[in-house]
Design a protein around this ligand. Structure first.
Ligand code: FSX
Length: 365
């Protein structure tokens, strides 16, 4: 957490310098950001210049009904990280889990940050808000709903982090005993960015913050309020096992020969085809791996109502028929692996035509 407790102070450049970040590392991050946002490579220099001049914005982070997985994801990924750098470049003025202050001192820090940065601070929320009873979840004796409304008033924008804050998440699983809802079901007069995932990918959270730092505005959102740059494609679209799906090669158990050879996990319940997220591209733990790469299907944790959308090990509707792929193509696909998964995006139309359309509605409750 930033040492600053009440005011956004200093520039991003000063903070990075103090953190011992080399120019080369910094430019590398800017190039990654430019690529993520589909900007030309030359934009990296402009991003670097903007970040170097940017004032550190005040960020107030509120945690409601959640498991702390979102904060764990962000802070325990790897150190030092670009994620960590971004945390160092903001003035994180309030965060229950990370701040040293407690009790009245903690609440005073929140009030001070709100007062000093009224209309300019970013509000990050993780966890859902219970509407069933104000006493279900409180902080310093204040209900989550009241605290959200009070803190949202002076926010420039709100970032809802995690599936709980975006759609209600696990606390909203049937029968939703606390009446849990997400932020954008309550706050209608402020821009709200949804960053779903249970938990979300660290670099996606920090990527949204970096976008705000760099461009002074929030990224382009899709119909569900998610940044298109990270949620624009399904995991299936970018999955390295995709060539095997297109060849109709599916693992039947988690330890059969197909599974060991990296065949598609669709029949074992993988929800990659109906889940929009960046796991297959940014991956986790510094780009080391992601669930499908470690042998488990995607559970669709960044989609609304994923917990009630059917069994994690129950397959989506099966392909009507495998794509007709010749032996030569199959051999090439096996040989070139990841590269083919990208080229296969061009076959998406054919794949769609040959397979039943699958949606979360296809899952039996
Ligand atoms: Fe929810 Fe996050 Fe899942 Fe947990 O804060 S998105 S239960 S990882 O912790 O809110």
């Amino acid at each position: 957490m930033s040492k600053s407790t009440s005011k956004a102070a200093g520039s991003v450049a000063a903070s990075l310098h103090a953190a011992g970040i080399s120019r080369r590392e910094f430019l590398g991050f800017c190039a990654t950001l430019a690529a993520a946002y589909s900007l030309p490579a030359s934009a990296a220099q402009a991003i670097a210049a903007a970040l170097e001049k940017a004032a550190r914005p005040s960020v107030i982070w509120m945690s409601f009904q959640e498991c702390t997985g979102c904060t764990e994801s962000l802070t325990r990924s790897h150190t030092p990280t670009v994620e960590g750098l971004i945390l160092e470049t903001i003035s994180l003025d309030y965060h229950h889990t990370l701040q040293a202050a407690s009790g009245e001192a903690a609440e005073k820090a929140r009030e001070q940050a709100m007062h000093d940065n009224y209309g300019k601070y970013l509000l990050v929320v993780d966890g859902s808000i219970p509407l069933g009873n104000p006493g279900f979840s409180t902080i310093a004796g204040v209900s989550n709903l009241e605290m959200l409304k009070e803190t949202a008033k002076g926010a420039a924008a709100i970032i809802a982090v995690g599936t709980c804050a975006t759609y209600g998440g696990l606390p909203a699983a049937l029968p939703n005993p606390t009446g849990a809802v997400g932020v954008n079901q309550l706050i209608k007069d402020k821009p709200v960015v949804n960053v779903p995932g249970c938990p979300p990918i660290p670099v996606v959270i920090t990527g949204v913050l970096a976008h705000f730092l760099t461009f002074g505005k929030l990224p382009e959102l899709d119909a569900l309020g998610r940044p298109k740059v990270f949620y624009g494609e399904s995991i299936h679209d970018r999955c390295y096992r995709r060539p095997f799906y297109d060849q109709g090669k599916f693992a039947k158990t988690f330890d059969d020969a197909g599974a060991r050879d990296g065949w598609c996990l669709f029949e074992l319940g993988c929800k990659g085809p109906v889940t929009n997220n960046a796991c297959a591209t940014t991956k986790w733990n510094g780009g080391v791996s992601f669930p499908i790469q470690s042998g488990h299907g995607c559970i669709g944790c960044s989609e609304p109502n994923f917990w009630d959308a059917g069994g994690f090990y129950k397959a989506l509707s099966a392909p009507a028929q495998p794509l007709k792929v010749g032996a030569g193509v199959a051999a090439a696909a096996a040989a070139v692996g990841v590269a083919v998964s990208f080229s296969n995006r061009g076959k998406k139309g054919a794949a769609k035509a040959a397979h039943e359309t699958t949606t979360l509605d296809d899952l039996e409750p």
